[in-house]
Design a protein around this ligand. Structure first.
Ligand code: BGC
Length: 754
């Protein structure tokens, strides 16, 4: 705790109001903006503000910090990214030690586990690392909707569905915050792709906004009480989210009961005064421009000091909970060994088995592998940008399989390693985590070498890798679609191995959906390993050898073609010619941009499933889909009532009828009557995962359906409405594999206030 003058109020001893009353205008402004960012090439007005007192640099490489006001006992707090682990510098000028953090699996993998306890545990582990490195607030979780598979930051986000996003984000928040470290739930709202993200105006109707884009945030606020919320860069319906009173004060605080502070995304928005007035309490990372504008606005009366006081009270309420205030003596020695284990086990729980013909997996003991694809030797642990993590190591697939007792062709590995080294020296990997990474090209294997490898090995594994990250969206080819090189590799390897009656497996080392329809028949098994964090190779090996029975399921549809996604027609949006100087300066260059979400609520499976039939599951993998090494039987669907009163309980028995132990994710979809408004054919309203069931073992899973689950948002009345009539509960192994159904009736229509 900083030493303070006894006569003055002190944070923690006096009331927050008394502390705020003792602040000068300069101090107030210093608390409302961060201490600045060291980023090469920042224009002068975005340079760090001039501050009297700060502990800037306490945690090198952290994204930002706030100003201290020692005379009133207000410490500086530190914020660090991000969703896949703590991002700080691994080295420090003044120390010979290292400060690595665990690169955990990406958010999309965690969501594919559909496992609340598992995600909470990963959150605890991240919170522990943040705490021991002196970080007060982790800038995570991120839960924007996967509206389009090309979204550059989809890897940081959970799902195309708001319920999965909200529940998993709440689990992450609860886990991190259990360690006394805050979270920043981001990016509120509609930052669904990167193209022109700083200026784009997202035009979205109120129903879609509430039911799809805001719903996950509403769940996480109500179920986990995050300390902070981060607004997004973009505008929604003409207003920057960080300048939207309706979003921040009306919806977030009044309607949802949020009680922490709201922080901008880094350098987001245009008008600091409008941001503070709207209820965006803290402007990060803080700049000299903001400092000057705010001081001037206070002086001129344009910014009422009571607005500043309100925002500072929100900030101080959270600072009181931070370890910087509590005086926690962090060790700089988190338990990285224990966290590597959590990384490995959570990674294998979120991997998704898409195909497994003739029980290609698990493989036999002593299998000799031929590993193809550059990513087999250079697995991609996560995405780039602020979601990147400075980790100590990456376990490659080759290392993971060898550690599990298998052999991998050394001759093939030597060729790949040589090729990778040459490629890396030709195109050095940027040391700047924020820069997009260029994928390694594929090594073109000769017929002869392929033939030899086929003879010397039993099974081929082809790893297809994908980079993505902040600032850019993925390309169609090389992003969603495989490149010709990759397709040729699969075709050649498949032909050679199948000639010898040997199996071919594909590992998808990806951060977002890829096309599988055109090539999946050429291979025997497909495992989505996602970007699984630093223990990548071990986690994949655990599944290939059957130590872990895969139990992940897709939280995002893998369609056959980009055109199948309803958002495709209006992505990424259009650029507009600026009409005046203000628009010019607000835009990148002189272009503003706009996108119309005219797919409304028809996002992901809500629309795609209606277009496809179950039989097409071999060429497209629906939301909720994932195979296991065992099979499960669904029986005894029970509803607590046939008539809906307040809550309804649903239960179902799940039995493992196969011959190995496994876990099953069970999904509850609801088909609602649609007399007054169009409803999707079915919407996910609950999910649950069994424990590890032995063969013949059963477990009863329960779900609760509340009135809110029956409702739709009515933009005219601005409230949630529930139609009367017959509702159908559908219990499924995926959104297109419904196993049991039951009806209930809602006698009268009703309404729910927001
Ligand atoms: C990202 C945020 C991140 C922030 C701080 C921004 O570029 O959009 O997600 O938390 O940087 O690093």
């Amino acid at each position: 705790m900083p030493s303070v003058d006894k006569k003055l109020p002190k944070l923690g001893e006096s009331t927050i109001a008394e502390v705020v009353a003792a602040l000068t205008a300069e101090e107030k402004v210093s608390l409302l903006i961060g201490t600045g960012m060291d980023f090469p090439g920042l224009p002068p007005k975005l340079q760090a503000p001039v501050v009297g007192s700060t502990q800037k640099g306490r945690v090198p490489g952290a994204a930002g910090s706030t100003c201290a006001v020692p005379r009133l006992g207000i410490p500086s707090i530190v914020m660090a990214d991000g969703p896949a682990g703590v991002r700080i510098s691994p080295t420090r000028k003044d120390s010979a030690e290292s400060f690595f953090c665990t690169a955990f699996p990406i958010a999309t993998l965690l969501a594919s586990s559909w496992d609340i306890e598992l995600v909470k545990n990963v959150g605890r582990a991240m919170g522990h690392e943040a705490k021991e490195y002196g970080v007060d607030i982790l800038l995570a979780p991120a839960l924007n909707i996967h509206r389009i598979p090309l979204g550059g930051r989809n890897f940081e986000y959970y799902s195309e569905d708001p319920l999965v996003s909200g529940k998993i984000a709440a689990a992450m928040t609860n886990g991190v915050q259990s360690q006394g470290v805050g979270t920043s739930v981001k990016h509120l709202v509609a930052n669904n792709h990167e193209w022109n993200r700083n200026v784009i105006n997202v035009k979205v109707d109120q129903r879609a906004l509430r039911e799809i884009y805001l719903k996950g945030f509403e769940i996480v606020i109500k179920e986990s009480n995050p300390w902070t919320v981060m607004t997004s860069y973009n505008k929604v319906n003409g207003v920057y989210t960080s300048e939207s009173y309706e979003l921040l004060s009306t919806i977030l605080r009044e309607q949802w009961g949020f009680s922490g502070f709201v922080v901008t995304d880094w350098l987001a928005g245009r008008d600091p005064v409008a941001q503070l007035k709207a209820g965006n309490d803290l402007l990060m990372p803080g700049s000299i421009y903001q400092q000057e504008v705010l001081l001037e606005a206070i002086k001129s009366g344009e910014l009422d000091e009571s607005i500043c006081d309100r925002d500072i009270e929100n900030i101080l309420g959270i600072i009181l909970k931070c370890q910087a205030f509590q005086g926690y003596q962090y060790s700089n020695r988190p338990d990285l060994i224990a966290n590597a284990e959590i990384c490995r086990s959570s990674a294998s729980q979120g991997m998704v088995l898409l195909r497994n013909s003739d029980k290609a997996l698990p493989v036999k003991e002593n299998t000799r592998f031929g590993l193809f694809g550059t990513a087999s030797y250079a697995m991609i642990t996560g995405g780039t940008g602020s979601g990147d993590v400075n980790k100590a190591y990456t376990v490659s697939l080759a290392t993971g399989l060898r550690a599990a007792g298998f052999t991998c062709s050394d001759a093939l590995e030597s060729c790949y390693q040589e090729f990778i080294a040459t490629e890396k020296s030709r195109n050095p990997v940027s040391t700047d985590a924020f820069m997009p990474r260029v994928a390694l090209p594929e090594y073109i294997i000769s017929e002869e070498q392929l033939f030899d490898t086929t003879l010397q090995t039993d099974v081929a594994v082809i790893t297809i890798g994908r980079h993505s990250g902040e600032f850019v969206d993925r390309q169609a080819v090389g992003g969603f679609y495989l490149t010709d090189e990759e397709k040729n590799l699969i075709r050649k390897v498949s032909t050679a191995y199948r000639k010898q009656s040997k199996k071919v497996l594909v590992i998808l080392n990806i951060g977002g959906a890829v096309e599988t329809a055109s090539w999946c028949d050429q291979v025997d098994a497909i495992l989505i390993a996602w970007q699984p964090g630093q223990e990548a190779g071990h986690a994949v090996a655990d599944i290939l050898r059957g130590k872990v029975n895969p139990s992940g399921k897709l939280a995002t549809t893998f369609a056959s073609r980009l055109e199948d996604y309803p958002s495709f027609g209006n992505f990424p949006g259009v650029t507009l010619v600026a009409r005046n100087e203000e628009e010019k300066s607000a835009a990148v260059g002189d272009k503003a941009a706009e996108i119309e979400y005219n797919d409304g609520i028809a996002v992901g499976y809500r629309a795609i499933n209606a277009e496809h039939k179950t039989e097409s599951a071999t060429v497209f993998f629906p939301f909720g889909f994932g195979l296991s090494y065992t099979v499960f039987n669904y029986s005894n669907l029970q509803l607590s009532n046939n008539e809906f009163e307040s809550d309804l309980t649903v239960s179902v028995d799940i039995t493992n009828t196969g011959d190995v132990a496994g876990r099953e994710i069970v999904q509850l979809y609801l088909s609602a009557p649609s007399h007054d408004r169009v409803k999707p054919v079915a919407e996910l309203k609950g999910f649950n995962k069994t424990g590890l069931l032995k063969p013949q073992q059963s477990q009863t899973l329960s779900f609760t359906i509340g009135l809110a689950d029956l409702s739709s948002f009515d933009p005219v009345q601005s409230l949630w409405v529930v139609e009367k009539g017959c509702y159908v509960i559908k219990i499924g192994a995926s959104s297109m594999d419904i196993r049991l159904e039951a009806n209930f009736n809602k006698v009268a229509a009703s309404q729910l206030s927001v």
